[in-house]
Design a protein around this ligand. Structure first.
Ligand code: AMP
Ligand code: ZN
Length: 467
């Protein structure tokens, strides 16, 4: 599988450090409001990527943090007479509601900054001990001069960074590009004890710490929106590689931004939409379909018209499925005709196209196009005379391809059937490797679920005992 790596500026073959195991870290939201429609893009595209890796048999350890200490959260807490924790708890719960609606799987871990302070202090201390950080009056800064590779992700050179640094030169910093790791306590702000006095962490250090703690020193994939390349991810690399003495992430993946009516979304322009508000007009599944209809590295424009067209697209798939169901419900059982058998042999072509698109830098737009081709194929060849078996094969393949992308609710029965088929596949593998014990174990496991297997010349068939 090829993925575009921001670090090297090229598409590369994706090879996880450990075979079939993927360590993936995705920067999460700062929780002071409902997630907005822009935030939904990384949520959905990286979830689709994860699902595809899982479909390929990889075990994905997926970590997404919540930034639950930040100026904006503190401001909101002060304005509403609540504590920072009350604000964060509320918007974390709301973010989960939206993510569930969007069919985004829960991460393996969802760490929160306020629960990781001791590990954060420890990493800052390591950076101090190794000479990569310095303290000035209760603030600790990362010394970018001490890390010569600074700028390698964003392809900025130290000199350019300094020349272009617009921020007023902070007297305290040795260099304008140095960034804060620990901030001293301010009046009315939450603070924790540290070797440098009471204070709280800067923003960037949290992700270096959480990635290390939950995934290890070197991870496979680090992802987020394009705005994070600089400075956030550049700073994460500096912190992690300086502290751990090892490469941080092998693949850096960034989604392009979502604009609204071709303009940057912002509260001041009055074109700011939360996912919750949009979901009142367009169901969550339409939002998901909309996001996946574009390649994650193309900018995407959010407008009512484009949402309407996403809605129609999804409807086309659903209508085809329900029309096919209608034929099944109103026809007598028939067996596959010779003509249909030939058509059935064509079905895998669509899956190959789908996979080819996904293997090419997660091209969900082309993957969805392959689903539409299959829908068209079904609409062309299914008629009132079609056999139930033929129709079911088409329905199932459309649903399965959609499910790989997290589209369409997966029906319980389909899930069970997929699991049974996975087990049969594993048993076949075991038998090929003459691993009879495993093969028998799988057969027994299925038997307990009331499934019996029949080895036929055409392959393994299964049926339910009570059928
Ligand atoms: P934030 O809460 O701003 O840190 O954002 C959380 C995630 O959403 C990050 O990965 C951002 O890069 C991403 N993000 C924010 N705004 C947009 C946008 N308009 N389009 C796409 N991604 C965005
Ligand atoms: Zn981050």
């Amino acid at each position: 599988m090829q993925i575009y790596n921001t670090l090297t500026g090229k598409k590369e073959e994706f090879k996880p450090l450990e075979k079939n195991k993927v360590k993936m870290y995705v920067c999460g939201p700062t929780v002071y409001n409902y997630i907005h429609i822009g935030n939904a893009r990384p949520y959905i595209v990286f979830d689709a990527f994860r699902r595809y890796l899982e479909y390929k048999g990889m075990e994905v350890n997926y970590v997404q943090n919540f930034t639950d200490v930040d100026d904006k959260i503190i401001k909101k807490a002060n304005e509403t007479n609540k504590t920072m924790k009350e604000i964060a708890d509320k918007y974390i719960a709301e973010a989960f509601k939206d993510a569930d609606g969007l069919n985004v799987k829960r991460a393996t871990y969802h760490p929160r900054v306020t629960e990781e302070i001791p590990s954060i202090i420890k990493m800052i201390q390591t950076l101090m001990d190794k000479g990569y950080a310095y303290e000035v009056k209760g603030s600790v800064y990362f010394d970018t001069q001490a890390y010569p590779e600074y700028g390698k992700l964003s392809k900025k050179r130290q000199e350019d960074l300094e020349a272009g640094a617009r921020i007023a030169i902070d007297e305290e910093k040795r260099n304008p590009m140095d960034f804060v790791l620990w901030k001293p306590k301010k009046q009315g702000e939450p603070a924790w004890k540290s070797p440098w006095g009471e204070g709280r962490p800067g923003w960037h250090i949290e992700c270096s710490v959480m990635a290390k703690k939950y995934l290890g020193d070197t991870i496979d994939i680090h992802a987020g929106g394009e705005d994070l390349v600089f400075p956030h991810h550049e700073n994460e690399i500096a912190q992690s590689e300086a502290a751990n003495g090892k490469p941080f992430a092998n693949y850096w993946i960034h989604n392009r931004f979502l604009n609204v009516d071709n303009r940057k979304m912002s509260k001041s322009l009055g074109n700011f939409f939360t996912v919750r508000d949009v979901s009142k007009e367009f169901p969550y599944e339409v939002i998901r379909f909309f996001m996946l209809s574009a390649h994650y590295r193309s900018p995407i424009n959010f407008s009512r018209e484009l949402m309407e067209s996403a809605k129609n697209g999804l409807e086309r798939i659903k209508t085809s499925l329900s029309n096919m169901q209608h034929v099944i419900d109103h026809s007598l059982p028939k067996s596959l005709t010779v003509e249909e058998e030939k058509r059935v042999e064509e079905i895998p072509i669509f899956r190959k196209k789908f996979e080819k698109a996904m293997e090419d830098d997660i091209n969900t737009a082309d993957a969805i196009a392959a689903i539409f081709e299959l829908v068209k194929f079904a609409n062309t060849y299914v008629n009132l005379d079609s056999s139930t078996e033929f129709i079911q094969k088409l329905q199932k393949e459309i649903k399965n391809l959609c499910n790989i992308l997290g589209l369409l609710e997966q029906e319980e029965e389909d899930k069970i059937e997929n699991e049974i088929e996975d087990l049969i596949q594993q048993r076949e593998e075991a038998r090929k490797n003459k691993n009879w014990i495993i093969a028998d174990q799988i057969r027994d496991q299925l038997k307990e679920q009331g499934i019996i297997l029949e080895d036929t010349p055409a392959g393994v068939r299964w049926k339910r005992v009570n059928e």
